[in-house]
Design a protein around this ligand. Structure first.
Ligand code: SF4
Length: 342
């Protein structure tokens, strides 16, 4: 299914510039964007995946991961094929890289914005997540769905690599409540050589979306030997602390996948080290993921350090206990940042 990708404009030389992401593709008739799902046809930029979901699930919100957002609720999650990045360690490469690896073929099951909202409500979800592949590459589909979702009382979340242009964020901002943004590394060479992208636009998106008041959590997948040095972890933590120390940081374990099968899994000791470095940098909420570490998946009051939210994702039971009441620590009344209630 194709629809006009209206987040774009015509250039004087006949090309059309896509304004969705910082790849800034400028395309002649018949050309595809880097994401493989936006193409110029009949002098218009089209989104080829509009209304076609390649993955749909009802997930716990904590699985996005969003730990300070509608705690313990279900989120209707969907994504399409296509991505503006080409990470060699992608955990969803079967859909994200599909068009690029299958001669521009587009696949998916019909799911209109109306259907997505109706299904979310039917399953008792409190939000919709645009996830599994990069949401900005199907921007217009997310926009139409997010607008309907808000009207129906649902919140909206982007799970993203953070390559949105300011224009994309400005446009979706009225309907976008939360984002989980990857900080994949803190080096330009990592972004360029491994992901086909750049670091700076990602940092810029985090800062810009945060200023707009969108609730942001970030995720870093620590890959042995590539982005897990003390120095690099320290830079990520310092950047995040400079934006907002109360922005939750998820540090997650890598496992060999897709084109990156020559690296071992991330040792637990690396995650513990990153947790310590983040704490030293002043980050208030740090969480480990993809390993069994109940104490580091839980939330503690940044003032009195008492346990406030107990989680245990490895047994599929994310929130086992929460003591937060009216956004406050019940022991010392410190405000615990997040969007806790609808
Ligand atoms: S969304 Fe796709 S077409 Fe648009 S700028 Fe990004 S990679 Fe290019």
């Amino acid at each position: 299914m194709a629809s006009v990708a209206w987040l774009s404009h015509k250039l004087s030389d006949g090309r059309i510039e896509c304004e969705a992401c910082s790849q800034h593709c400028k395309l002649y008739e018949g050309e595809y964007g880097i994401c493989g799902v936006r193409k110029v046809e009949n002098n218009e930029l089209l989104l080829l995946t509009y209304g076609l979901a390649a993955a749909v699930n009802i997930d716990p919100i904590e699985k996005k991961p969003m730990f300070h957002f509608l705690l313990g609720t279900s989120v209707f999650s969907f994504g399409t094929v296509g991505c503006n990045f080409s990470c060699t360690f992608c955990q969803n490469a079967d859909i994200s890289q599909y068009p690029k690896e299958h001669h521009h073929r587009i696949v998916g099951q019909p799911l209109s914005p109306d259907d997505a909202v109706a299904l979310a409500l039917q399953h008792g979800c409190k939000s919709i997540a645009y996830t599994y592949n990069e949401p900005v590459v199907f921007f217009e589909y997310t926009y139409d769905t997010a607008r309907l979702a808000h009207a129906a009382g649902l919140k909206n979340i982007y799970v993203t690599s953070g390559y949105e242009t300011h224009k994309a964020i400005d446009t979706i901002e009225p309907y976008l409540d939360g984002m989980n943004i990857d900080i994949k590394a803190y080096s330009q060479s990592f972004y360029k050589d491994i992901c086909g992208a750049s670091l700076k636009p990602v940092l810029d998106t985090i800062e810009y979306a945060h200023k707009k008041g969108i609730w942001i959590e970030t995720t870093t997948l620590l890959i042995p030997g590539l982005n897990d040095s003390d120095e690099e972890i320290r830079k990520i933590a310092a950047f995040q602390a400079s934006i907002d120390p109360s922005m939750p940081w998820h540090i997650s374990a890598f496992h060999p996948t897709y084109k990156m099968t020559d690296r071992p899994r991330t040792p637990e000791s690396t995650l513990r080290r990153a947790y310590e470095i983040g704490t030293e940098a002043g980050l208030k909420y740090i969480y480990v993921g993809n390993i069994d570490d109940r104490s580091r998946e839980s939330t503690y009051c940044p003032t009195c350090h008492k346990l406030l939210i107990e989680r245990h994702g490895h047994i599929g039971q994310y929130v086992t206990n929460s003591l937060i009441h009216d956004n406050l620590c019940p022991y010392c009344a410190t405000s615990i940042e997040g969007i806790w209630m609808f």
